[in-house]
Structure formats: C-alpha cells, structure tokens
Design a protein around this ligand. Structure first.
Ligand code: DON
Length: 340
C-alpha cells in the first residue's frame, strides 16, 4: 500500500478545524519562506541517492494528541538513513539496559564527521550512537542479540513508531551495500576491538537495511511524536519505547544528533533532532510535538539545508527551544514552591 493510501485511510488523525488552521498557517508560512531555496546538493556517495528529485520539500507536524498537519511533499518516500540510528539506539537501551549499552557505545559528542573512522581514545569504544561507528556498534549488538531475525525486529519497531507498516528501498540498500567500503572498514575495526563477535558482513547488512527503510515526512513526524509522547505512539496509542530509553535517546540526539553541526543546532534550534543523508530531519518537542521535514539538498556536513532552516524558524516562531523563557521546567518543583 502506498504512503498516500495509508494516510487517506486515517483522516480522523488530522487536527480539528481551529487548531488545524493555526498549525497550517504556521507551516504554510515556513513552506513559502523556504520553497525557493535550492542551496545544497544530493548525497552522491551512495549512487542511488543521486537519482532523487532534488527539489522535493515536505513538512509534517504531529502533536501529542496524535493530530497531524502537512504541507508540500509530505507523503513522498525517501530513505531514513541516519535517523534510524536514534531508533536502534533506543531499542538497544530498552533490550539490555543502560549499563550494558554503555559498555559498547558512549554518549560523548565527537565533533567529527559522521563517517569518521575513530574511537574515543579514552574508552576505545565509539564516541556516540549517532555517528557511524556508534550506529554500527549498536547494529552489531542487535545482530548478536536477535540473530538472523534482527532486521525483522528493527523493522517492526520502526513501523510501530510510525504507526504503519514500513519497508525497505531495495535499490538504495543494494547501492550502499556495494559501495559502503568505509562502513565496512568501521565494521572490521569494531570487530577487532571486541564490540561484537558475529560476522562483519551480517552486521553491515543490518545497518545498510535499517538506513534504507523508506519513510515520509509524515512518518518522521509521527516517530518524533512517539518520542515526544514518552514512547507511546499518539496516533495508534501503542507503547513503542520505555521511558528511560527515550530519555537517554533524546539526550544523545540533543548533543550529537546533528554531528559536527550539533553545537550550532543546540543554540539555534534547541531541540533533540536527527538528520539523514536521504534529506530527512526528525525533531522532538518534549511532551508536545513531533516534527518531520524532507528536503534532500544537503549542506557540507550532510544535514538537509531547508530542514535545518525550517526547524530553526519553527523553534523561533513557536518558542520551542528547550531553554526558552516559555519553557517552565519541572512541574514537580513548581508544585513544591507553590506549597511554601
Ligand atoms: O552510513 C551511511 O553513510 C549512511 N547510510 C547514513 C549516513 C547519514 O545519513 C548521515 N546523516 N546525515
């Protein structure tokens, strides 16, 4: 079933009229502001990605009540790529717990490109799960835990987070599988330092497949709203992740999700987010909103140019930055001070 048909079947998930009008005018404004911007270029180190129509542009927002508004190419399919890293990290945390997870991957920003072949010299494990070394370590652990059914487990969790059955873009998968020599080097490095002891090719197949899962901007917004809604998909009402795993995943997205652009992002946008070279950005407004943007022209560090502009403008316009004055912090502390 196509993405369009899927969404056409669930009109009840779109916002009631008045809120819908407000949210629509916000994303209409963003769309108009940035639609003429064709700065940046497609990722071409995965040959199949260089065939994507470069000027596609879609935005979707899903709130914590599971209501969605969209504009532009919000139902166009593209591959999730590195955004998958946040979800597989959350899966590993949930499956084996924090202590065991952090034996194999750290949570330190690396300030290096996403495909750097480096380990943290202090710990000899990957810096964090958002760069390729860390994500391949996570894939290795998942392959070790689940065996050959690992990809089925991954696809199932991604589908639960999106609220519909997702699938793989086989062409992109084969394209990266044939050309991903750098990632293979990373796989062998991780195998050598004992991060996993299953065959490297099987781990890489899992990693390339998870990156090739096809999504839309709507899917990203619903996945993001699942994180925002403490692990429960607000559209389907199903629990996808546990609370502690969501907390660690969002923290790591906040500090590491935008690679060597992460510091700029945290000041300008102030939201946990993850980008992918397919052109997607997923951003999370804790307890409130999931944001999905698709625009495949990328900047020099591999982040969607219009995706970043949209998230920054949205954060500014609606006061979404984690440290904005509108963010009141802990309601527990507020309740305690009200008592005194
Ligand atoms: O491993 C790779 O190179 C790709 N499958 C994913 C990279 C990616 O999306 C980086 N993000 N901006």
């Amino acid at each position: 079933m196509s993405a369009q048909q899927d969404y056409a079947d669930c009109p009840q998930n779109f916002l009631p009229h008045s809120t819908e009008a407000m949210m629509h005018s916000t994303i209409n404004g963003l769309y108009d502001q940035f639609k003429g911007n064709i700065v940046g270029s497609l990722a071409n180190y995965i040959p199949e990605l260089s065939k994507v129509a470069p000027n596609q542009f879609g935005i979707a927002l899903t709130n914590s009540q599971g209501k969605t508004v969209t504009i532009g190419d919000a139902t166009s399919p593209f591959t999730i790529q590195s955004i998958s890293k946040a979800i597989t990290f959350c899966m590993l945390l949930e499956r084996v717990g924090r202590q065991e997870t952090y034996r194999y991957v750290g949570v330190q920003p690396s300030a290096e490109p996403f495909n750097a072949i480096t380990l943290n010299p202090l710990s000899n494990i990957p810096f964090n799960p958002m760069v390729n070394t860390g994500a391949i370590a996570v894939a290795g652990r998942l392959r070790q835990i689940f065996g050959p059914r690992a990809f089925g487990e991954v696809l199932n969790v991604f589908s639960l987070a999106a609220g519909r059955t997702l699938d793989v873009d086989e062409q992109v998968f084969q394209s990266e599988r044939e050309t991903g020599h750098r990632n293979r080097a990373i796989g062998h490095l991780l195998r050598a330092v004992g991060i996993f002891d299953v065959p490297v090719d099987e781990v890489l197949d899992l990693y390339f497949r998870q990156c090739s899962i096809q999504v839309t901007a709507i899917d990203l917004s619903i996945m993001a709203s699942t994180f925002a809604n403490l692990g429960v998909n607000p559209v389907t009402g199903r629990e996808v992740f546990d609370l502690d795993s969501v907390r660690d995943t969002l923290s790591t997205m906040f500090t590491c999700g935008m690679y060597d652009g992460a510091g700029d992002w945290s000041c300008k946008v102030g939201l946990p987010a993850k980008s992918g070279v397919g052109g997607g950005i997923l951003a999370v407004v804790n307890r409130q909103l999931g944001i999905g943007v698709f625009s495949p022209r990328l900047d020099s560090v591999g982040n969607s140019v219009r995706g970043q502009l949209c998230c920054a403008a949205l954060s500014q316009e609606l006061g979404l930055h984690a440290f904005d004055m509108s963010n009141m912090g802990s309601s527990f502390l507020q309740a305690m001070s009200a008592r005194r």
